[in-house]
Design a protein around this ligand. Sequence first.
Ligand SMILES: [Zn+2]
Length: 432
Amino acid sequence: MISKAKTTVSFYNGLTTIGGPMIEVAYGKSHVLFDLGEVYLPELKLPDEHYATLIKHQLIGDVPNFFDPALTGKPIDTQRWEHAAAYMSHLHLDHSKAMNFLAPEIPLYAGPITASLLPTLNEQGDFLLPAANHAQNYTRPIIAAKYCEPIEVGDIRLEIWPSDHDAYGATGLIIETPDKCIAYTGDVRLHGYHPDWVKTYLDRAHGADLLIIEGTGVSFPEEGQEQKGQEFHGPKSEIALTAEMVALIKANPNRQITFNTYPTNVERLLQLMAHSPREVVLHAPQAHLLKAGLGKDCYYYQLPGEAPYADLKPELAVDYQALRADKQQYLWQVDGHYEDLQVGGLYLHSNAQPLGDFDPAYRPFIQALTDKQIDFKAIRCSGHADEAELKEIIARVQPVILCPVHTLHPELEVNPFGTRILPKRGETITFS
Ligand SMILES: [Zn+2]
């Protein structure tokens, strides 16, 4: 009997905003959902982050038959759907924060680094949204996928490929139904540590029937070709960023030097530790993330009164007062408490929080450094492909259909090799 099933793709969220893509691919009685994030819009000043609140404000998609009935009040139709799975491309919150909303019986896949780091990030219960009927700091099981090996979900096969983004362990997805091949890039760039990994993934996706691509880099056309949003200033690659930091450390041999970066940008930290002429000392929570999530030991410090982490080796602890007094030996991660820094030091702000002027915490933070006459250097590198890189990615895949998501301006990404679609939120497309 010839199957009458067709491949469908439903776009539930994250289309014309930067973040939170939620997309379902279905065939016959099988379906998969990716990703599981929440759109970040703090200006909404929501009273809570309950399921109903997030649905109402479109911060997550209203996806049927995937979320926990204990949250939705609606049972999952297991007659209609015999095989289901979900996937997360990487650990940024706009791709992962709602993962505990997934029904417990539906398997959730991610790359091995994402699967390993997320439970540690959520140990205090302040990273992910909480699961129904569990403690605040519960993290539902994540299956660590083997890179590039097929995962069978009924009629659908998934492959999870290593990629590159400013979230350590980011991956891209290949989805094969009996008649179509679909690629979803997640967040991606070609100027990180592993453009070779990205290109290998894109070659696997070559000729895909549908390429779902992020488009953060075309979100700010009014700012011109060169500078798209604040995070696009600075070094052109992660390797150049590390080199710039090393050069600054070498140029300031007798000065207190501190830095901060985004906690999940683990690879930037690892590179800094590998190349810094000074000993890199992390704040204990960051060191714990590296130890618990990756088994990596590093020098760390605790602030006075902070509880120790059982997994951090005492011999790697550096005394906080020694850091405060140091001008030559250490490059240390500062996290608040700027009043403890030396007058006239150097501080390297590398995509750390507060990220920029839009954050109310930014001005007081700059003022605290100014009060100490600390030289502030912002050294940023974007996690996202810029306009030229997006074109290169599309040219490498040459998809039949292109679908830009995760951007304020999806219409600015074009497909010279076929057609392009700009689905509306909630729309389903059916392949003929
Ligand atoms: Zn991201």
